[in-house]
Design a protein around this ligand. Sequence first.
Ligand code: 4AD
Ligand code: MG
Length: 464
Amino acid sequence: MPEKISIAEARKAESVGKNVILQGWVRTRRDSKGGFSFLELNDGSCFGNIQVIAEAALPNYESEIKKLTAGSSVRVEGEVKASPGKGQATEVQAKSVAVYGFADVETYPLQKKGHSFEFLRTIAHLRPRTNTFGAVARVRNCVCNSIHQFFQEEGFLYLHTPIITASDCEGAGAMFQVTALNLEKLPRGENGVDYHLDFFDRPTYLTVSGQLEAETYACGLGRMYTFGPTFRAENSNTPRHLAEFWMVEPEAAFFDIFDDMDLAERLLKRIFSDVLQQCPEDMDFFNQRIDKTVIATLRHVLDSEFRRVTYTEAMEILQQSGESFEFPVAWGSDLQSEHERYLTEKHFRQPVILYDYPRTIKPFYMRLNDDQKTVRAMDVLVPKVGEIIGGSQREERLDVLEMRMREQDLKPEDYWWYLDLRRYGTAPHSGFGLGVERVLLSITGMANIRDIIPFPRTPGNAEF
Ligand code: 4AD
Ligand code: MG
């Protein structure tokens, strides 16, 4: 009986001699003068295709096999043979080729190679069939698996935090509102819309971060991580921003900011080394076709220690750099991506962890330093992408936290449950958020975050 196996399996030299069934999509068909055809078949199990040889003697050779074009789906039964061809260990001599579905040459959009990424975004439902999007999907899977393994091994519990929330973690107000009210007929009260008539009896939103809820579990169970989609309604049309993105957020009791930095560095290194080890074919593709430096950069990061630099030191470096930046460098203002890139690409040439940012540019929950001017924030910056991790040591002192909330026009009563963590057995704790798409940008060298997530949500774009 032939064995149903993946193309990844069939491409291994050990499979020679096996009778197999392969199922996948035709990438190309070439007809040879000698009376047979070559089909390049791909099933997504690996980057490479397998070559199938279909002889003219097969009963459906003229009627079907010679009509196969890119995108058609088939089931091939045959024997795996050692391949005389270069760059492939095996090929399959077909005993039968059954067609599941043809793809019309006239209308199938992926008939030709070399489409632009912009065009492929307009066919997000078909782009998984291209080399690039197959490679992105496999590397993305590897990264997520690596994240879970890392935290499990480090003793963190995987926690599901809610998608619908009533609190604005980042205090930035860039949230998507969730309502069951009829927007055409909103119930009005004395102060505008009457949310007592809404589903949750209050205004609710899609979460921007699972941090506040993760803190509640960390302040009781120690080490937690949440990993899910997060949503930001900011109108940022950049190659690094999405309105819906995936974030992994560890939160650990009794961690100070330096423990937090060490955890972040270990996590990134683990992800990078897993990808290099587990996705070599996909990484070779990115290195050859997308960015010739990606593999060398990842290896360099693995070998170097991340630099830890305070925000104040970074501002001095930028001021003395002699560069003419578009945005001014002044203590108290946020770093722009040109500044982040100067630090990581030109000055340090390696990942940098900036910490102790001005209190005025960071959220209420970050621990206030004794200088009263800065907070225990830390951002991890990498070459080309800039910030990929944002985190902090959390404010564990009740009075200081309440003061910081008022300072940012937040009502402490609204956060009573969050403040309870400080009222009862408060403990120092820290955490961070790693943007999965940002880390994938840095791994693959892809230029646009819209090509890193299967179905990008950006301003004006939610069709697929
Ligand atoms: O720096 P951010 O906003 O931090 C937080 O949300 C904290 N609550 C995390 C924590 O401490 N638990 O976001 C964290 C990371 C950023 O460094 C970036 O990698 C990514 O999330 N990120 C985005 N990625 C894509 N599109 C966006 N609009 C993003 N905003 C943030
Ligand atoms: Mg940030």
